[in-house]
Design a binder for this molecule. Structure first.
Ligand SMILES: Nc1ncnc2c1ncn2[C@@H]1O[C@H](COP(=O)(O)OP(=O)(O)O)[C@@H](O)[C@H]1O
Ligand SMILES: [Mg+2]
Length: 278
């Protein structure tokens, strides 16, 4: 099971959008996937079309991590029904896209001074989980307790950045924070790479910043970059999967995420082979 944290120091750069895009691609590819919505704003839960349910939210599960049953408290994404309508499964087995529901309650752990025991809460919940190929963790926009808890539970961190001055500087600081954290708390953690989001192909500033990012981060700057999409908010507002939204621009966006997911999953396999051999 690959566990990927989607993180950035800043808010509004597209963590939730990238999480949703990858979840949509995983659903289309038939990879059984769980999205853990660790941001107290719970935008991913809303975007994945989860209606209020009786299940415990992730904040309450973290509180009772040692005896909490995450598997019994996930909710299927509303996207699954339309995926089945678009592509009736040949095997008769429906695809799996579940959500560990976000809520403001998880905010109690978003402190800068979280101890080692608290940092392990999500890892403990995930350790008893079965049946998923991929877990995507949508993090809040800080490097406080919740993001560090997500890193402790992950094999990989995917960073999201816009091609702007402060965002590039923030990404460099986040990379340093990951490296320090890896040394002290999470030796198996690696950086999956950086997704440049909201790229405007005609913008000189963006072209300049992308070149700068390529120079600073080398291969860690992932391909493809995600362009600014005019209808993004409309798709997310409708709690729809980008793979099931009509029109060419949604089709293009879906294609970016298919490729990004493929690169993420392939490089993860490669890394675990290398780790096994070592
Ligand atoms: N590639 C994009 N094109 C257009 N709008 C985008 C794109 N990525 C994100 N947005 C919009 O920007 C806002 C912030 O994105 P979001 O994913 O919520 O960021 P974060 O989770 O990092 O706070 C949202 O309204 C989202 O719809
Ligand atoms: Mg978000």
């Amino acid at each position: 099971m690959q566990v990927v944290s989607i993180s950035s120091l800043k808010g509004g750069v597209g963590k939730t959008s990238v999480t949703l895009g990858l979840a949509s691609a995983a659903l289309a590819a038939g990879i059984p996937t769980l999205v853990v919505d660790l941001d107290p704003h719970a935008d991913a839960t809303t975007g994945l079309g989860v209606r209020s349910a009786d299940q415990l939210d992730i904040g309450r599960l973290l509180k009772i991590a040692r005896r909490g049953d995450l598997g019994a408290n996930v909710v299927p994404s509303g996207w699954v029904a339309s995926a089945i309508r678009h592509n009736p499964p040949l095997s008769g087995k429906p695809p799996v896209l579940d959500v560990a529901v976000g809520s403001a309650y998880s905010g109690i752990y978003d402190r800068p001074d979280l101890g080692r025991r608290d940092l392990r809460r999500l890892a403990t919940l995930l350790s008893r989980l079965e049946g998923y190929g991929l877990v995507l963790i949508d993090c809040p926009p800080s490097l406080n307790g919740l993001t560090r808890m997500a890193w402790t539970a992950s094999n990989r961190v995917l960073l999201v950045a816009e091609p702007g001055l402060f965002s590039v500087a923030g990404t460099e600081r986040t990379m340093r924070a990951i490296e320090l954290f890896r040394r002290e708390f999470a030796p198996n953690l690696s950086t999956a790479g950086i997704v440049a989001n909201r790229v405007r192909p005609g913008s000189n500033e963006h072209t300049f910043r992308l070149a700068e990012m390529r120079q600073m981060f080398g291969d860690l700057l992932l391909s493809p970059t995600i362009t600014e999409q005019a209808n993004w908010q409309q798709i997310q507002g409708a709690a729809h999967s980008v793979h099931h939204w009509p029109g060419e621009s949604a089709r293009n966006a879906a294609g970016y995420f298919d490729e990004l997911l493929k690169n993420l999953v392939d490089s993860g396999r490669l890394r675990s082979r290398v780790a096994r051999r070592a």
